[in-house]
Design a protein around this ligand. Structure first.
Ligand code: ATP
Length: 619
């Protein structure tokens, strides 16, 4: 086992597994680009050594007057070819590199989001460690496999160049060759250490970066703009954002300084060795120990080895740094589903008898208090259930469990007698229609906003019928492009056009809520309809109208309706009152009123609010 870097394994075996995975991913994404890039790297490795030797041979021949015109022309032609190759090669390499990066980025992103799609529950998305890991994985996943390929090829290229130049140096001076070689060892060690420190620093600052992004989005969002301005909190959030940036920058700066000191030291060492070697060579040449061509070959060899080591080390450290972060990508893509799904799930049949909640205890994590305690309830098929209770009583939690976004810690939820845990969550959800309290407002067209309720069977007539039923059809039909109007202030309808008419429109809060309802209505062939505060944003008249429609819609269907307006739920076949995670009362409206308990008190309180005050003296 290796040690850990914010959960990233740093042992040799883990490193080997990461390299193998990265190389396989790169190969699958663009094998021809890798082969092409590898060939160019090979050429790039031998060209400088060849050019140095051609120069030496030409100079020696000219000074010694021992060469004919044809041979000299060949040498000159060789040098010209080397020059041309050196001029064109980097551009070709860059093109192939970028193409490979694009292909790898696409594959890696697709795999990452396919992995997040496998997470059928919500718990991981509420876990900050997972979110930090996901942010780092997004960055590292697309670039690491490419960096590993480039790193491996850079090692091959560097090794060929170094061997070529060291061989040349060896022919001139063994000691100089050894000194240049030894100088490369601390460079490599120091760079790898810097790379590890940088990866650890990035893990430390990732929560700050996420908070900074949160503040940035808030300061630039339309939703937040009103409240921030009214409360005068813009400055407050700007200060918080700046503080996060300063703290992250301080850590980056510390790392950059460390980098600066180490790199400068290593650079000075290399320059010292090169300078000393050159001085020695000049004196040796003056004493007649070298030919005229030996000097440029020696200079080119020292510089060539140092450049090759530097670029090899730079590619290697980048690959090493990315590999450390790549662990986050691997952890996410290799992680199994967050909610256990049996190898052979039981089919989810159409609901015939009902849903039984049997002795359910649930909390969001062991650190959280119980949100549901010993819940026992039956939702009979074809009946409507109204869930009521104070804020935080556990109503929304219960419907999230019905959709199996979480599993109960104790007890079970049975769908016609089958435990939800024995079913495939996707199949279960295909039988459920829902409007959640925090429904989505998609930056898409009006038709898409509704059509997403049933992507498998999207039909404009059904979309319009759902909009009519939710009472939003007239508003949508009156939009500049009708149902095709983009409902967004983020995106322009036609990218690149500033024309006001092309800018998307935004609906009112109540209209958005009707859109969410229409989306749920599109799923009207489902067995269970869940409505969590479906009318909280509507005016009194609209609320009455929607609830009348909902009543018609719910008749004979299995539904669970949550509402704080008790008049809206009073007609439910069964009313369930929750208090601090427990069911304290259940029964029909008349029954509960007769009992005079919590429900009766709340209902009377609300009803009184709508009665004219009798004791107000007439004017
Ligand atoms: N994602 C979460 N993580 C941790 N605790 C949560 C989470 N969601 C809800 N809770 C807690 O669980 C308890 C029940 O919350 P729930 O949202 O189910 O209440 P509710 O009855 O729907 O309230 P409201 O009427 O305000 O919508 C509350 O104490 C709440 O703080």
């Amino acid at each position: 086992m290796g040690d850990t870097l914010g959960g990233a394994r740093t042992g040799a075996r883990a490193g080997g597994a990461r390299i193998r995975y990265a190389l396989a991913l790169a190969w699958r994404s663009g094998r021809f680009q890798i082969l092409g890039y590898g060939t160019l790297e090979l050429v790039a490795a031998v060209v400088p050594v060849g050019a140095a030797w051609l120069t030496k041979l030409a100079l020696d021949a000219i000074v010694g007057r021992s060469i004919g015109g044809t041979a000299l022309a060949w040498l000159g032609g060789g040098l010209l070819a080397a020059g041309l190759t050196a001029a064109v090669l980097p551009h070709l390499s860059r093109y192939l590199r970028q193409e490979l990066e694009r292909r790898i980025g696409l594959t890696a992103q697709d795999r990452l989001f396919a992995a997040t799609e496998r997470l059928t529950g919500l718990a991981r998305f509420e876990n900050p460690v997972f979110l930090d890991r996901l942010a780092l994985a997004q960055g590292a996943g697309g670039s690491t496999p490419g960096m590993v390929v480039f790193g491996v090829l850079a090692v091959c290229r560097g090794a060929i160049t170094i061997v070529g130049f060291l061989g040349s140096l060896l022919m001139i001076s063994r000691w100089l060759a050894l000194a240049v070689l030894l100088a490369a060892v601390p460079v490599l060690a120091a760079e790898l250490r810097l790379s590890r420190l940088r990866a650890a620093m990035m893990w430390r600052i990732s929560p700050m970066e996420r908070r900074e992004i949160f503040f940035q989005r808030m300061l630039a969002s339309v939703q937040a703009a009103k409240e921030l301005r009214l409360f005068g909190t813009t400055r407050h959030f700007r200060d918080l954002m700046t503080a996060e940036r300063r703290e992250a920058d301080a850590q980056r700066r510390r790392m950059d300084r460390r980098d600066l000191i180490t790199q400068s030291g290593l650079g000075a060492l290399a320059a010292g060795i090169a300078g000393a070697g050159l001085l020695w060579a000049l004196f040796t040449a003056r004493a007649g120990g070298f030919t005229a061509g030996d000097i440029p070959l020696l200079i080119a060899s020292v510089a060539g080895v140092q450049t090759a080591v530097a670029s090899l080390v730079s590619e290697l450290t980048q690959a090493h740094h990315k590999l450390l972060l790549f662990d986050h990508y691997l952890t996410i893509t290799a992680s199994g589903p967050d909610l256990p799904v049996p190898a052979e799930p039981q089919p989810t049949p159409p609901l015939r008898r009902g849903i039984e909640i049997r002795g359910v205890w649930f909390r969001y994590s062991p650190e959280h208090p119980w949100a549901l305690r010993e819940l026992n309830l039956t939702i009979p098929s074809g009946r409507s259930v109204g869930l009521v209770g104070r804020n935080g009583a556990g109503k929304s939690t219960l419907v999230k469990l019905l959709c199996r976004f979480y599993d109960p810690e104790r007890g079970a939820i049975l769908w016609d007698g089958v435990d939800l845990r024995d079913m495939d969550p996707a199949e279960l959800r295909s039988r459920i229609g829902a409007v959640f309290q925090d429904y989505m407002e998609y930056d898409l067209s009006a038709a898409d906003n509704i059509g997403l309720g049933d992507v498998r069977d999207r039909d404009m007539d059904r979309v319009r019928a759902a909009a009519r039923r939710a009472g939003v059809h007239d508003a949508l039909a009156a939009l500049p492009r009708g149902y095709d109007t983009l409902l967004s202030r983020l995106f322009s309808a036609k990218p690149g056009h500033d024309d006001d008419h092309e800018v998307g429109v935004h609906l009112s809060g109540g209209q958005w809520q009707r859109m969410a309802l229409a989306r749920a209505f599109l799923r009207d062939r489902r067995d269970l309809l869940i409505l969590d505060e479906p009318s909280s944003g509507l005016d009194a008249e609209a609320e009455h109208e929607i609830h009348t429609r909902l009543r018609e819609h719910r008749a004979g269907r299995t539904s669970v309706l949550i509402s704080h307006r008790l008049a809206a739920v009073r007609d439910a076949d069964l009313l369930v009152v929750l208090d601090r995670g427990r069911i304290v009362e259940q029964g029909a409206h008349a029954e509960l009123m007769a009992r005079g308990g919590t429900y009766a008190k709340l209902f009377t309180l609300q009803a009184d609010g709508y009665q004219p005050a009798m004791d107000v003296p007439a004017p």
